[in-house]
Structure formats: structure tokens, C-alpha cells
Ligand binder design. Structure first.
Ligand code: NAD
Ligand code: 2ZO
Length: 498
């Protein structure tokens, strides 16, 4: 049942888990791949060991999953919002109950520290709980018209929605997409990243256990080809995508062919502005939170840190001291604050950005090297020491491109991205207006004032410019998973012009 892979979690430690259960899920159960010939190994980032095999779904499997989702949609969409809410609240409760086991499995597949994974799982059940709360509130409007005629609007689901996720927040992304989709009466077929295939299917099992109709939340495994099959399928009404800008553009292009709605949650290169009147200790902590969560593999990270000249020396001294003290190592240890990057190629890419930054004139104040923990079982892991670069200029590669690793570039504005931004200043003095003036002028979907990377589920999250469109979280997301029908009712005779 729902606890299959999770059953082995309590005693599990880094380097011990192998996942052999099928990772697809439709029709209310795990489904074995039809043929194993295209299997790809999935690695445990902390050890470099093979964790499981990911077998991509082909056209027939994708179609089967979508048909199963469509059948479930016919039942689920006819239920009252409050009935859907009860099932979703039960799913949230089960996730909360199993948070430690799910978080452990997430760490083993993703490499992030357990302390962060626990927060990710909490945000996941909170998201389901939040949208369960909204499910019963979905309503239309009544509009009085002349002569007793009237119109009313109905907020209706879209149908089968597709979710395509990235590898940095595997369980959380699946929850952020499925929670509003299900609350509105849709079904969802979800494709996780091929690098993190193991926890989305746990979510599917939990939804099933909570009482959704079989097929309502399906998981198909695969990479670009499977993703493309989903985007082209005629029975799919919407695609919600989280990933890179180049893939997001392709998803939009494919979806446009059959006018599917699209939400794009893409990359970023967000600025964090530190003013001289800030509370320095908080600004330093904010900069670390803005750069080093999940080994720096976070879309909204504030990786371009602009510091007012007068406080630059103190800021750098404190940031470097704290960065050097970050415990890097076994991600399942509670004391670890930075785990392993997702893959060897990702580690090499990030180290390459550091070398390029040096060539272009940046100064490495700390880190930026491969890191080999003393524990022998971690020798093959994808670790690096967190890095702070200064002497950075707007035209440097490290300042323009998304690195997606633990590298902070310190400098001062011009980017095609617009996901997030942040600033640290004194909001309690007479100059209270500055924070809000700057927030208004930053071209980004989010501006964090005096903190960074906090994302309560009630608050909308999403990008401006090349960072995408549509939103996740908050009440507004209901609009991205539903459509408005207008019903116009005549109460008298038809006045025809003909
Ligand atoms: N804005 C956000 O909320 C957010 C959150 C997490 C990650 N991201 C971004 O994601 C990127 C890193 O994740 P990634 O490397 O997994 O991104 P990616 O674009 O390589 O892959 C994302 C997903 O798209 C799938 N995919 C790849 N090619 C496809 C195609 N042709 N058609 C359909 N699907 C396809 C992948 O299999 C994966 O599931 C970064 O740029 C990061 O900023 C954004
Ligand atoms: C929960 N965070 C930290 C805001 C990350 C959201 C997903 C982006 O990669």
C-alpha cells in the first residue's frame, strides 16, 4: 500500500537505499514500465551510487495515464467543493504524519539536507491543506439584466492538467501543482524530472489512500520525449511547467498548437540589494538564505548581491566567515546545512562558472572547489564548498547567467530574468518609503524585504519577463486552474432583428 518505499525509511542511511518498485502510477496503482530497454540509472547525489532505474514512458503509456485521469476527472469534477476538500485534507494529514520518511527519501534522491527537506514536505502538505480550504469557496456571480433576464457565472475546472517538474523540489513542486488543480476539480498527470523520480509516486499513493478516484493524480516517468508527448496530447487542457527557460519556451510552443493553457515557472538571476542603513546581521543572514538553500539550486535565489559601498567591508567579512562555517556533508545528518549537488554534470557546470568568473576578473573570497567529506561512503558524492565572489561586474558571465549552485556574486542591474528580488534596509526609521519605492521599481514577481526565500502557501509565487508567467500558491492560482462559464438567461420573448 501507500507505505511501500517509505517502509524502509526509518532505518535507512545515506548509501543504503535501493528503490525497486515501479515508479509510474495511474488507474489507482503503480504501473510497471512496458519495456525496460531505455532505462536510465538515477544516482544518489551524496554517494554517486545508483538509487534506481528510471524508465521513460512511451506514447501508449502516456495515453493510458491520460485516459485514466480523464475518467477520474468525470467523477471528481461533479463532486461539491466541500467533498473534494475533505479528501484533500485527509491527504494533507497523511503527508504530515509521514513527513520524516518522505523527507528522508527526498534527501536520498535529491542530495539536499534533511533539515531543508522536512520544511519542503511541510510546505507540500500546507499547500494541499490551503487549497482544500479554497475548494468549498469556488463560486460564480449573479448579474441582473433588463426585463428580468439575468446571467450567472460558474467557475469550472479545465479537465486533465499536466504538471512537469524540476529536480530541486521534487515533492513540493508536485504538491504546488496538484493542490490547486485538484481543488478546482481537475485531474493531473505529473511528470517529475528524470533525475528525481521517487517521491511523486508517493504523493500519488497518498492521494489514493485519502480517497481520490483512481486515476485522478497520475505519475508518468521520463524526460524530454515523454514531456513532449504530454504537451501534444489532445485530451490535455493545461500544462504547468517548472524548469529552465529553453525548455519552457518549447513547452509553450507545443502547447500553443492545441491552445492549451500554460503556466511557466522558469529560471532566475535575482538581485538582492543591501542598503547601508540595514541591520547588518540580518542582511548577512538574508544573503545566505538567498544563496545557499538546496546547494544554491533554487530558481528564485538572490545571486547578485548589491551592497552599498560604505558597508561593503563589514558585509563581506561577515558573509565569508559564515559561509566558511557552513557544514557540508552527509545530507541525512541533522547537523549538515549543505548536501550534495544533484549530479556530476551539474557540479562540473557550477565549478566551470567559478573558473570563468576568475578569468573574467572576479575574486574568490571563499569556496568554489570540489569538496570531499571525510566519511568514506561520501567519496563519490557531488559536493562543493560554498563560494563567495566579489569584484564582480554586470558584464561577467557569473552575474548574467543562472548558475544553479552555491555561488554568491557580490557587486550593483540589468537582467532578462524577473523571478524574485530582495532588499535589506531600515523599514522602521523615518525613511520607510525607500523599501517600498525600490520594491515597486524592481521588475520581478516577488520582492522580499528584510528576509529571503520564505514562501508561505498563501502568497503567490511566480515570475516576470523571462522567468515565466502564471502563479503558484495563493488565491490567484485558482484562476490558472479553472475557467469561467457565463450563462445568460432570457425571461421574455426574443427580440429578433430578422
Ligand atoms: N520558477 C520556479 O518555480 C522554478 C522552480 C524550480 C526550478 N526552476 C528552474 O528549473 C531549472 C532547473 O531544472 P531542470 O534542469 O530540471 O530544468 P529542465 O528545463 O531541464 O527540465 C524541467 C522538466 O522539463 C522536462 N523536459 C525537458 N525537455 C522537455 C521537452 N522538450 N518537453 C517537455 N518537457 C521537457 C524535464 O524532463 C523536466 O521534467 C532552472 O532553470 C531553475 O531556475 C524554476
Ligand atoms: C521554496 N522556495 C525556496 C521558495 C523555492 C521555490 C521553488 C524554486 O526553485
Amino acid at each position: 500500500m501507500a507505505q511501500s518505499t517509505l517502509d524502509s525509511m526509518p532505518g535507512a542511511s545515506t548509501g543504503t537505499v535501493v528503490v525497486t518498485e515501479p515508479l509510474n502510477f495511474w488507474g489507482g496503482k503503480r504501473v510497471k514500465p512496458r519495456q525496460e530497454k531505455n532505462a536510465e540509472p538515477v544516482f544518489e547525489p551524496a554517494t554517486g551510487r545508483v538509487l534506481c532505474q528510471m524508465v521513460p514512458c512511451g506514447a501508449e503509456e502516456v495515453d493510458e495515464a491520460i485516459q485514466s485521469a480523464y475518467a477520474a476527472y468525470q467523477k471528481w469534477s461533479k463532486m461539491a467543493g466541500m467533498e473534494r476538500a475533505r479528501v484533500m485534507l485527509e491527504a494533507a494529514r497523511i503527508i504530515r504524519e509521514r513527513r520524516e520518511k518522505i523527507a528522508k527519501l527526498e534527501v536520498i534522491n535529491n542530495g539536499k539536507s534533511i533539515i531543508e527537506a522536512l520544511v519542503d514536505i511541510d510546505i507540500a502538505w500546507q499547500s494541499i491543506e490551503y487549497y482544500a480550504g479554497l475548494a468549498g469557496t469556488l463560486a460564480g456571480q449573479h448579474i441582473q439584466l433588463p426585463g428580468g433576464a439575468f446571467a450567472y457565472t460558474r467557475r469550472e475546472p479545465l479537465g486533465v492538467c499536466v504538471g512537469i517538474g524540476a529536480w530541486n523540489y521534487p515533492f513540493q513542486i508536485a504538491s504546488w501543482k496538484s493542490a490547486p488543480a485538484l481543488a478546482c476539480g481537475n485531474a493531473m498527470v505529473y511528470k517529475p524530472s528524470p533525475m528525481t523520480p521517487v517521491t511523486a509516486v508517493i504523493l500519488a499513493e497518498i492521494y489514493k489512500e485519502a480517497g481520490v478516484p483512481d486515476g485522478l493524480f497520475c505519475v508518468v516517468q521520463g524526460g524530454a520525449e515523454t514531456g513532449s508527448l504530454l504537451c501534444h496530447h489532445p485530451k490535455v487542457a493545461k500544462v504547468s511547467f517548472t524548469g529552465s527557460v529553453p525548455t519552457g519556451k518549447k513547452v509553450m510552443e507545443m502547447s500553443a498548437k492545441s491552445v492549451k493553457q500554460v503556466t511557466l515557472e522558469l529560471g532566475g538571476k535575482s538581485p538582492l540589494i543591501i542598503f547601508k542603513d540595514c541591520e547588518l546581521e540580518n542582511a548577512v543572514k538574508g544573503a545566505l538564505m538567498a544563496n545557499f538553500l538546496t546547494q544554491g539550486e533554487v530558481c528564485c535565489n538572490g545571486t547578485r548581491v548589491f551592497v552599498q559601498r560604505e558597508i561593503m567591508p563589514q558585509f563581506l567579512e561577515e558573509v565569508v566567515k559564515r559561509t566558511k562555517a557552513i557544514p557540508v556533508g552527509d545530507p541525512l545528518l541533522e547537523s549538515t546545512r549543505m548536501g550534495a549537488l544533484i549530479s556530476k554534470p551539474q557540479l562540473e557546470k557550477v565549478l566551470g562558472f567559478v573558473s570563468q568568473a576568475k578569468k573574467e576578473g572576479a575574486r574568490v573570497l571563499c569556496g568554489g572547489d570540489p569538496f570531499v567529506p571525510s566519511d568514506p561512503k561520501l567519496k563519490g558524492g557531488y559536493f562543493m564548498s560554498p563560494c563567495v565572489l566579489d569584484n564582480c561586474r554586470d558584464d561577467m558571465t557569473c552575474v548574467k547567467e543562472e548558475i544553479f549552485g552555491p555561488v554568491m556574486s557580490v557587486l550593483a542591474n540589468n537582467t532578462t530574468f524577473g523571478l524574485a528580488s530582495g532588499l535589506h534596509t531600515d523599514c522602521f526609521s523615518l525613511d520607510i518609503s525607500r523599501a517600498h519605492r525600490v520594491a515597486e521599481n524592481l521588475e520581478a514577481g516577488t520582492c522580499f524585504i528584510n528576509n529571503y526565500n520564505i514562501s508561505p502557501v498563501e502568497v503567490p509565487f511566480g515570475g516576470y519577463k523571462m522567468s515565466g508567467f502564471g502563479r503558484e500558491n495563493g488565491q490567484v492560482t485558482i484562476e490558472y486552474y479553472s475557467q469561467l462559464k457565463t450563462v445568460v438567461v432570457e425571461m421574455g420573448d426574443v427580440e429578433s432583428l430578422f
